[in-house]
Design a protein around this ligand. Structure first.
Ligand SMILES: Cc1cc2nc3c(=O)[nH]c(=O)nc-3n(C[C@H](O)[C@H](O)[C@H](O)COP(=O)(O)O)c2cc1C
Length: 340
């Protein structure tokens, strides 16, 4: 059974954005931002982990490097009703990889296998991993490793084999290697070339595993094409650059259909949602921070962005800003619906 998901994205996929996505797609799995095991153990858990049941299904993404800490974080999160626990093995950030978290963990599949086995013991939910097709860790990874470049298909296959033997049944694979030094995270999402064939080959080699592809997928046609070869597609940046596209993705789920909600109805849904923030401007701005793409490539797009982007007029608040948008934006774009 295929699935579509919305990728974990720091500073984007907070609960407000997930609520917005859920208005657009009823079935996609929505990921949290990456939350470190440390933050879950020592931080404000309610703030980090609470979500609205309307957002479900929701997957929690954890980043960490210490087995005990990750296990502790999984135990804590068990009290929240997440549908899946995902371990981040794909983040190339220096801050993350110096601690051997994120993509750097790909160099240690056996250690990772121990971590995911321990995670699975602490939760009834499926444990999944999100990783790259490989890493170039030259000069970064310490220890006795003589080989720190894992960028061949065979390395990836070995990695998936070890992790599948540790009980992982669902792999989300960003079809690029991560270069752990010299590229910032943004460049690491663009410069290493996409190698989708490697992900397809993994599905061929392990037909019993659920293989979900990620990286550079921006259209319905591209999703259709990938689903000939793999089980799922994870969408990242397109979800905030062109969120109205999400009204079309439920068709890929068994029994799913295109969501015929209009932009006007999405905005009305948001007006209801932001009522909880009343006239608290700061919270309202936070709630509307990542919805700027709703009119992507449509008439009114600039006006929409201008209306939503702070600073707002003295005394105005989120509900009012959205009402004004309904009044000012072109009716034919507000009332447009995706065709069934
Ligand atoms: C702003 C931003 C933040 C991201 N944060 C995370 C994260 O927290 N965890 C993670 O696994 N990947 C993160 N990513 C990577 C995405 O999940 C995804 O793998 C990547 O953007 C490629 O998919 P795309 O081409 O569809 O955007 C982030 C990407 C962006 C653009």
């Amino acid at each position: 059974m295929p699935r579509i998901s919305i990728a974990p994205m720091v500073d984007i996929t907070d609960r407000h954005f997930r609520y917005f996505c859920r208005l657009l797609t009823k079935k996609s799995v929505l990921y949290t931002e990456m939350i470190t095991s440390n933050a879950i153990i020592y931080g404000d858990r309610k703030k980090l982990l609470d979500f609205d049941p309307f957002e479900k299904p929701v997957a929690l993404q954890i980043a960490g490097c210490d087995k005990q800490e990750i296990v502790e974080a999984v135990k804590i999160a068990e009290a929240w009703d997440y549908d899946e626990i995902n371990l981040n093995v794909g983040c190339p950030s220096d801050r993350v990889s110096r601690n051997q978290m994120g993509a750097a963990l790909m160099a240690y599949p056996e250690l990772l296998a121990e971590i995911v086995q321990a995670m699975q013991r602490e939760t009834k939910k499926p444990v999944t991993i999100k990783h790259r097709i490989g890493i170039d860790g030259t000069n970064v990874l310490p220890g006795s490793l003589s080989k720190v470049v894992f960028d061949q298909y065979e390395d990836l296959e070995h990695f998936v084999k070890i992790l599948s033997e540790a009980g992982i049944k669902h792999f989300i694979i960003h079809a690029r290697i991560a270069i752990l030094e010299g590229l910032n995270p943004k460049d690491n999402r663009e410069i290493p070339p996409l190698r989708c064939e490697d992900v397809y080959r993994i599905k061929e080699a392990f037909p019993g595993l659920f293989i979900e592809i990620n990286g550079g997928i921006k259209t319905i046609e591209a999703i259709k094409e990938h689903l000939h070869y793999v089980d799922g597609v994870m969408l990242g940046r397109v979800a905030y650059e062109n969120p109205f596209l999400l009204t079309q993705v439920d068709q890929f789920f068994e029994g799913g259909r295109i969501n015929t909600i209009s932009r006007r109805e999405v905005i009305e849904g948001l007006i209801e949602y932001v009522k909880q923030f009343g006239e608290d401007k700061r919270k309202g701005q936070q709630a509307l921070k990542n919805i700027l793409g709703l009119f992507h490539n449509k008439r009114g797009s600039r006006l929409w962005r201008q209306l939503i982007t702070p600073p707002w007029k003295e005394g105005s608040y989120a509900g009012e800003v959205l009402e004004k948008a309904l009044y000012m934006l072109p009716a034919e774009v507000l009332d447009e619906r995706s065709n069934i």
